[in-house]
Design a protein around this ligand. Structure first.
Ligand SMILES: NC(=O)c1ccc[n+]([C@@H]2O[C@H](COP(=O)([O-])OP(=O)(O)OC[C@H]3O[C@@H](n4cnc5c(N)ncnc54)[C@H](O)[C@@H]3O)[C@@H](O)[C@H]2O)c1
Length: 249
């Protein structure tokens, strides 16, 4: 307890699921947290429950991302960590992906991380320190199930973005990293994926269970903590060993 006392963090895509788990974990450790989400009703309720400040924010929109950074600095006078976690994961075979859906997945998942970096970095450079953490995925960077072409492209793109931004930010004492969750049981997975899909994923995980939001939040906590000060440009895989098997036997 208390590892983040005096720190101020933004967590986006946090009305529910992994993001809400990250907010809970950072608040537990003493951080002041601004919770951003495109869903105002649920976001405000989650923020109130977890002791965070809510700010309506669609991470695909530059004005919204600039707005959540401005609100945070106005309210708390500093910004120590920006965790861009918002992501969407519709499924279609490649030839059936509407161009609008392709664009939206890239806009939320990948552009959202770029906008977080673009608007947090000027503040963090002034402070001579800060942490950017993006929620990537094992899907794209390591493995891929069918019907995830746009999602996989967006998450592989995040890993490239992490390295590019980390290089530019390093001289200012700012670290840029990501987490790559495997299959984590969240509201989004429960509503967007079939029970058969979830059962097949569970069967493929050496640890025999889907991950919890806390499993991911603990990795994010490390990356935003002082202990991770010399870790940059990389990702932590949080997947119960899911990417390890060389064969199905
Ligand atoms: N759950 C998993 O198995 C899993 C695995 C790997 C990666 N991820 C990634 O973790 C992140 C969170 O996933 P989850 O399972 O918790 O999802 P979820 O659907 O349960 O929650 C996502 C939250 O993001 C919000 N959101 C969606 N679009 C937004 C936007 N444009 N701007 C701001 N907020 C927005 C939603 O309102 C929701 O509150 C995503 O980036 C996802 O790709 C999830």
């Amino acid at each position: 307890m208390g590892r983040l006392v005096g720190k101020v963090a933004i967590v986006t895509g946090a009305a529910r699921g992994i993001g809400a788990g990250i907010v809970e974990r950072l608040v537990e450790e003493g951080a002041a947290v601004v919770l951003g989400d495109a869903r105002a009703d649920l976001g405000a309720a989650t923020a109130a429950r977890l002791g965070a400040v809510f700010c309506a924010c669609d991470v695909a929109r530059e004005a919204d991302v600039a707005g959540i950074v401005a609100l945070t600095v106005e309210r708390f006078g500093q910004l120590d960590a920006f965790v861009q976690n918002a992501g969407i994961f519709p499924m279609h075979d490649v030839e059936d992906i509407p161009v609008e859906e392709w664009d939206r997945v890239l806009a939320v998942n990948l552009r959202g991380c770029f906008l977080a970096a673009k608007h947090a970095l000027p503040i963090m450079k002034r402070q001579r320190g800060g942490r950017l953490v993006f929620t990537s995925s094992i899907t794209g960077p390591r493995v891929v199930p069918p019907q995830h072409a746009h999602y996989a492209a967006s998450k592989a793109g995040i890993n490239g973005l992490i390295r590019a931004v980390a290089l530019e930010a390093a001289p200012f004492g700012i670290t840029v990293n990501g987490v790559e969750p495997g299959n984590i049981m969240t509201e989004g997975v429960q509503t967007e994926r079939s029970p058969e899909y979830i059962a097949a994923m569970q069967a493929s995980i050496p640890m025999g269970r889907l991950g919890s939001v806390r499993d991911v939040a603990n990795a994010v906590l490390f990356l935003v903590s002082d202990e991770a000060g010399y870790v940059t440009g990389t990702t932590i895989v949080v997947d119960g060993g899911q990417i390890l098997p060389e064969s199905r036997a």
